[in-house]
Ligand binder design. Structure first.
Ligand code: PAF
Length: 281
């Protein structure tokens, strides 16, 4: 596997691959890689000839400096995992090199940041789109792969890519779960054993919403999820809501097109986790 820190090297690698007529797949990450990331790389390897992964803990998307400082970093283990899964290139830029003195841009997010993670983490999605735009500029992929666990992020990146006619195709990949249902996340490694047990409630809450949604309106289905989480003192809900799957607007009644999503963010101890589940009505 080739490893680059200079953006120009990543750009040259990608240009060379495309010059040879090879299809380039890209998986952007913030490192602390797990099986969920490996599945994104697997999806890229199945459809592309050359796959590049980036590892960059993006300060622009952290609104809490302590969260940024505590974000897990394990470059050596990440490197080994990527070698094992057959990734072709790893791009690990420095902040200075990646942004190269260019100012932060403000993107039109189409209102998709109005609810859920948007108000909870002001500036977060602008930070995400800024870094994704930079990473695309250098890696120039044909296809880029994002996890559906970050459902709102995926919707926003798709929106910006469409509006700005970015040439990259954006592919969403299903969330991988631990056997007890907990969505895989780099943040899970910060949970202590008690918190790890409590964290399983997040998926159970989503399943309770899904079950209630079959017979009840959105408000009652939401209550069913909140009830699952209410009894555990380690879990503090930031939001649990039901949204239209297309617009991510909160729902008061089920939409005619039948696609909704339940979105959850909760702090388990000091660790903030997010998860979501598609509802087919
Ligand atoms: O989903 C993530 O890990 C990050 O938000 C991303 C897309 C790598 C941008 O920093």
């Amino acid at each position: 596997m080739e490893v680059f820190s200079a953006p120009q090297e990543a750009a040259a690698w990608s240009a060379n691959a495309r010059w040879k007529g090879l299809r380039v797949g890209f998986v952007p990450t913030m490192g602390a890689l797990h099986a969920g990331h490996a599945s994104l790389v697997g999806a890229a390897l199945r459809t592309c000839d050359q796959v590049v992964v980036s590892i960059f803990v993006n300060p622009l998307q952290f609104n809490d400096p302590e969260d940024l400082a505590r974000y897990p970093r394990q470059p050596r283990t990440d490197h080994e995992l990527l070698e094992q899964v057959g990734c072709h290139a790893l791009f690990m830029p420095s902040e200075k090199a990646l942004f190269q003195g260019l100012g932060k841009r403000t993107f039109d997010l189409g209102g998709l940041d109005t609810h859920w993670e948007g108000p909870d983490r002001p500036g977060h999605f602008q930070g995400v789109v800024n870094v994704v735009e930079r990473l695309f500029l250098y890696t120039r992929p044909d296809v880029a792969y994002f996890g559906e666990k970050d459902r709102q992020q995926l919707a926003i990146i798709r929106h910006v890519a469409k509006e700005l006619h970015w040439p990259e195709r954006i592919v969403g990949c299903p969330t991988l779960r631990e056997p007890d249902g907990l969505a895989m996340s780099s943040r899970n490694m910060r949970l202590d054993p008690d918190e790890r047990r409590s964290a399983t409630l997040l998926h159970q809450a989503l399943l309770a919403v899904e079950t209630a949604a079959r017979t009840s309106p959105p408000a009652s289905a939401r209550e069913a999820g909140l009830t699952v989480l209410a009894g555990d003192p380690l879990v503090h809900v930031d939001h649990l809501g039901i949204a239209d799957a297309l617009t991510l607007e909160p729902l008061v009644q089920w939409p005619a097109h039948g696609s909704a999503v339940v979105l959850l963010a909760a702090r388990v101890g000091a660790v903030r986790l997010i998860d979501n589940l598609s509802l087919r009505l």
